[in-house]
Design a protein around this ligand. Structure first.
Ligand SMILES: CCCCC/C=C\CCC/C=C/CC(=O)SCCNC(=O)CCNC(=O)[C@H](O)C(C)(C)COP(=O)(O)OP(=O)(O)OC[C@H]1O[C@@H](n2cnc3c(N)ncnc32)[C@H](O)[C@@H]1OP(=O)(O)O
Length: 281
């Protein structure tokens, strides 16, 4: 009882000393004056689907947080049911070639920025995290999730080949056989299933609790040297990012080619129809 009261007081304090750092329409950044932890809230209605502008806003918010020497990043969502629904599929449908190339480059850069961030990163998953939404959470160092939501990469279910950097994000969190089965089945996990396979670290009952856990995780590095920590993290993660760091053009070319195939475009049309139909029922 006493412990939970102390926790609540602690939570209150944390909320009080939070100050706004910088926000755009699509992202909101709040920095805790005491801890230096930045909470980056995704705010693209209705479901945080990643279009070009949103990917740009996310990347620029992360870079700004790093350059302000914040002590860590907590990634979360302003929507209390959806963390992120992944890529905005409208960006991939009958695309304008120039915009698609810019979009895909932004995706690559946003991923590299988050995956190799110098500061500790944690995801407070307060809603469904699908496809690239799951990838963003998995690119963080720590994940805590609310019950009764879903998380996973279901690309193969609707006819998409999974790009290598997405495979690699899973591989840096989960063992190879688990990744293989999950990606080939296009498996979407419930919160409880995600905990069982260690795709997430903990389950909590509220967003505030999720933010608190993430702050505690980031605080656990207080006694480490930030430069040594960042370089060690980079060393551990570089093999998974090697391909994108050394040759982003090949990944870009292969993805654009694939997105422009009739096979991809047809399955995308069908999938988008299904998504819209669901809402008309
Ligand atoms: C060898 C080289 C290979 C290279 C391969 C290259 C390319 C392959 C590309 C593969 C990459 C995939 C990564 C992705 O991230 S694809 C995105 C996949 N995401 C999804 O499938 C999520 C779909 N959404 C949902 O399941 C649900 O929306 C939800 C997230 C569970 C939320 O449900 P709910 O709260 O009920 O909201 P609605 O369903 O009503 O959605 C509201 C509104 O938003 C539209 N919408 C939802 N998600 C997306 C999206 N990802 N993109 C675009 N639009 C989306 C939905 O249609 C609704 O619109 P209307 O209000 O107009 O009906």
């Amino acid at each position: 009882m006493l412990r939970s009261r102390t926790k609540l007081i602690e939570l209150g304090k944390r909320q009080l000393c939070r100050s706004m750092c910088k926000s755009s329409e699509l992202t909101l950044v709040e920095v805790d004056d005491k801890t230096g932890i930045a909470t980056l809230t995704m705010n693209k209605p209705p479901v945080n689907s990643c279009n070009l502008e949103f990917l740009r806003a996310l990347k620029s918010a992360m870079k700004e947080i790093e350059s302000n020497k914040c002590s860590g990043i907590i990634l979360t969502s302003s929507n209390d049911k959806v963390f992120s629904s992944g890529l905005d599929l409208n960006e991939l449908r009958q695309p304008n070639p120039e915009r698609l190339a810019t979009f895909w480059k932004e995706l690559q850069e946003m991923w590299v920025t988050l995956y190799l961030s110098n500061v500790p990163t944690a995801a407070a998953i307060n809603g469904h995290a699908l496809a690239v939404g799951c990838v963003m959470a998995a690119a963080c160092e720590y994940r805590v999730m609310l019950p009764d939501f879903t998380i996973g990469i279901h690309a193969t279910k609707f006819g998409y080949v999974v790009p290598p950097f997405i495979v690699n994000t899973y591989l840096s969190v989960l063992p190879h056989p688990v990744v293989e089965r999950a990606l080939l089945q296009g498996k979407i996990f419930s919160t409880q299933e995600a905990l069982q396979i260690n795709l997430i670290d903990e389950v909590v009952n509220s967003k505030d609790e999720a933010l608190c856990k993430c702050a505690d995780f980031i605080g656990s590095f207080e006694q480490t040297n930030p430069v040594a920590r960042a370089l060690t993290k980079r060393q551990l993660r570089a093999p998974f990012a090697k391909q994108l760091l050394e040759d982003p053009e090949t990944e870009l070319r292969e993805s654009l080619e694939y997105i422009n195939t009739p096979l991809f475009q047809e399955s995308l049309d069908q999938y988008l129809l299904q998504l819209k139909k669901k809402n008309k029922k």
